[in-house]
Design a binder for this molecule. Sequence first.
Ligand SMILES: [Zn+2]
Length: 171
Amino acid sequence: MAVLEILTYPHLSLKRRAEEVEKVDGEIRKLISDMVDTMYANGGIGLAAPQVGVPKRVVVLDVRPYDPSTSLISIVNPEVVAEGEEVINEEGCLSVPGCVEGIKRRRWIKVRGLSERGREIEVEGEGMLAIVLQHEIDHLNGRVILDRMSRVKRDLYKKRLQKGKGEGGMM
Ligand SMILES: [Zn+2]
């Protein structure tokens, strides 16, 4: 068990596009296990590898607090293959403390990727599962919720940040 440090905005690791994983090996499985520990230790429901300083396309999520019909999910190299209509959802981010904003997302989504055993998997979900998947894939592409907010709101957040960070979100 290892709980890693979660990097926060404006750390550069959050702004870079993460690399595809070429081989799902023991190192990736260890990363996934550490990410899961880190997510739970911080009361999170999702986490992407760049948030712990690893520039690889790996995400973990567990939205059971919102949707008991789901389970712990990890996806390597996730790729969106289908999506539904737009919705606005209130979101916070573990890497953007003190910021909760309405963010435009898709109501449902289908993602393809690899399991921690390297097998091809498809994850389809709606509601919170869909929102967190999109939020974590954004992290893999170097985007945080601030990049999906208006400039006015983003500038307000940056000003507030200088006075102290506040509580982190959950993903
Ligand atoms: Zn986040």
